[in-house]
Design a protein around this ligand. Structure first.
Ligand code: PHE
Length: 342
């Protein structure tokens, strides 16, 4: 009988997936009234008691094994009929699958670096709403009524009169900080901003900024210059040179734009710096006294500086990426390249 049990066991083991009718035929052959396993149970009754103990156990195992395999085959056949794939029973003793932890987005990597550099100088992070009213985004910042930046071309308006729009810069957050706290103020505002621009390799309608604000007694342009110089050394490497070019922003006077020396070609000229040896990174200036007054800060007592930079542009330069659109496409082949960077 042991031989019979072994033979039937291996027959069940090698029973491949089949159609329902064939499985039923197999069941009858094994477990039906005249089935081979049923037959073995009949023979079993005739055995002497000393053999019954061990063989009884084996026979029961065989019967259960047959029943389980038949049930499983039937389930799979049903699934197959419905067009589903047959499910393999999982092997729970196998080692677990590797769960990839993903990688940080390059924009987040650089934003975190900027945040860390300024937090070392005592700046705190402030955040604000992406949907803003005209006052926080423009009026408080001294934008004249007919300034082109208010134009529909630049701003995504959500509602007209009162004007509600997607913020075009995070200076709006700094207005909120100035209104709600008293100097000394030392804050940076990272966040998403929106401008109605045609999407291309060098421009996008959504991008990220970090803007900084420092207000206290006797803050001077020299303080601004030194702060930005420190930032450039930390961000782009020691030995990086900076240069300030006069510029215009409605909310700062005087205003400037800062370039850093191109550390890719080391001033020799390359496509990244457009053969100038310099890369433009941010706008800055002394906060216009009118802006301080708009936010109830006494401009006779306090002065301050502000600066603002686009994170994407820094990422482009740092990692030599030539198309801004890559940041928004969620293409793993691009994102995975930053796996090793924290
Ligand atoms: N808000 C300006 C922009 O979005 C940047 C800036 C901030 C310039 C602070 C000067 C001072 O371009």
């Amino acid at each position: 009988m042991i031989e019979d049990i072994k033979k039937i066991w291996s027959e069940i083991e090698s029973f491949a997936e089949k159609e329902i009718e064939e499985i039923e035929y197999f069941r009858i052959k094994l477990l039906g009234k005249k089935g081979v396993i049923t037959g073995l149970f009949k023979d079993f009754k005739q055995l002497p008691p000393e053999q019954k103990k061990e063989l009884g156990k084996q026979l029961n195992q065989l019967k259960n094994f047959a029943q389980e395999r038949i049930n499983e085959a039937k389930e799979n056949a049903e699934l197959g009929k419905k067009g589903f794939k047959k499910v393999e029973k999982p092997d729970l003793s196998k080692p677990a699958n590797f769960i990839g932890v993903g990688s940080r987005h390059p924009v987040s990597i650089v934003r975190n670096q900027i945040n860390t550099i300024f937090s070392r100088l005592g700046y705190v992070i402030s955040e604000g709403p992406e949907i803003e009213d005209d006052w926080h985004n423009f009026t408080a910042l001294n934008f004249p009524e007919n300034h082109p930046a208010r134009d529909m071309q630049d701003t995504f308006f959500i509602e007209k009169s009162p004007d509600i729009a997607l913020r075009t810069h995070t200076s709006s957050v700094q207005v909120r900080v100035m209104k709600n706290s008293k100097p000394p103020i030392r804050t940076i505002s990272p966040g998403r901003v929106f401008r109605n621009e045609a999407i291309s390799a060098r421009a996008h309608c959504i991008f990220h900024q970090v803007e900084g604000l420092y207000i206290d007694k006797d803050v001077s342009f020299a303080d601004l210059k030194q702060t930005l110089y420190y930032f450039a050394q930390e961000m782009f490497g020691s030995g990086t040179k900076i240069r300030l070019r006069p510029s215009f922003f409605p909310f700062t006077e005087p205003s400037a734009e800062m370039d850093v020396s191109c550390n890719i070609c080391k001033d020799k000229g390359c496509p990244i710096c457009k053969y100038s040896g310099w890369i433009e990174v941010l706008g800055c200036g002394m906060v216009d006294p009118k802006v301080l007054e708009n936010c109830n800060i006494d401009s006779k007592k306090y002065s301050g500086f502000a600066f603002g930079m686009g994170i994407e542009r820094i990422v482009l330069n740092k990692y030599h990426i030539n198309d801004l659109r890559l940041f928004f496409e969620n293409d793993e082949r691009f994102l995975k390249q930053f796996e090793a960077v924290i």
